[in-house]
Design a protein around this ligand. Structure first.
Ligand code: NAP
Length: 267
């Protein structure tokens, strides 16, 4: 089994966990391979796993991910750093099953006419305008749904629903559902401008197209990474036919993670 270990945090604790894990994996007969891994282990938080996803997204169908958290339990990180021995045994045992979650895919058309397809996001893609209010037409399955005016739009996956989407007032979605969510970022709603004013959850057969009225200064962010700054005239979104696969280990249900992260103990 070929394994890549990803930790981007320069902190001493993370470095020492990284080294300990690599030593134990090698002693257990595993091969460390950053180029063609079967399994990618991230050490850090959900942000670290997002970076690992982007590093390996071209081979997403061939890889299984696993996250070790060095701080709080995350949505993508369910192993504790104290449990490295148990983790290595789990991998050596080879009896590992996996669970997969949906990804969002975007196809971009530039103002000059070229197209670029299949931008993948694990949490979300957001579209904003850097200098002014974003004005765009939102089509759902080819039908003009609304003319949006505001800061931007956020299209999130079920696992990303607890990230940026939640701060925008979007719903938290069970990650086993094959859906995606379109949430507004500070829409203008008054007697002249009108949008739905709520997030909308769409199924895997649905396509959302966002057509810009003015293509300059559009910022396109995938999991908060700015992808490009060329003028964009249109972006289409749907659920990708690719999915992210995790080694299925978690002892905590999705609902208990949501509760632990956002609510905590009830007095
Ligand atoms: P980051 O520092 O990597 O992440 C910002 C925070 O969001 C961290 O606390 C991170 O958890 C948490 N997070 C990431 N994915 C999450 C998920 N699926 N559910 C719940 N919490 C999640 O910042 P970044 O690189 O700028 O952005 C990465 C992601 O963070 C984005 O994709 C976005 O979803 C989220 N984010 C949210 C807001 C917001 O709510 N206003 C702002 C910025 C970013 P860890 O501490 O475990 O890494």
């Amino acid at each position: 089994m070929k394994i890549a270990v990803c930790s981007y945090d320069a902190n001493h604790n993370t470095k020492s966990i990284d080294q300990k894990l690599k030593d134990k994996l090698i002693n257990a007969g595993m091969i460390l391979d950053n180029y063609h891994p079967d399994i990618v282990i991230s050490i850090g938080g959900d942000g670290t796993l997002l970076s690992a996803f982007h590093k390996y997204k071209e081979r997403i169908n061939d890889i299984k991910f696993l996250g070790i958290h060095t701080g709080h339990l995350g949505f993508y990180t369910d192993w504790r750093s104290e449990n490295i021995n148990e983790l290595v045994d789990y991998l050596v045992n080879n009896d590992v099953s996996d669970i997969s979650y949906p990804l969002v895919s975007a196809n971009v058309t530039y103002a000059e006419g070229q197209k670029k397809d299949n931008f993948l996001a694990l949490n979300e893609i957001s579209i904003k305008k850097e200098n002014k209010t974003l004005i765009c037409d939102v089509y759902i399955n080819g039908e003009l749904f609304e003319r949006f005016r505001g800061d931007g739009l956020c299209i999130s996956t079920p696992t990303g629903s607890t990230g940026y989407n939640k701060s925008l007032g979007g719903a938290v979605i069970s990650p086993t559902l094959d859906v995606f969510q379109l949430a507004e970022i500070a829409s203008i709603n008054n007697q002249v401008y009108r949008t739905l004013g709520a997030s909308i959850i769409l199924d895997k057969l649905t396509q959302v197209k966002i057509s810009m009225l003015s293509p300059d200064s559009i910022s396109f962010n995938s999991d908060q990474q700015l992808i490009f700054e060329k003028p964009i005239s249109q972006v289409s979104f749907s659920l990708s036919d690719k999915r992210i696969h995790f080694l299925d280990y978690s002892k905590d249900s999705f609902i208990s993670r949501v509760k632990n992260s956002f609510i905590g103990k009830i007095q």
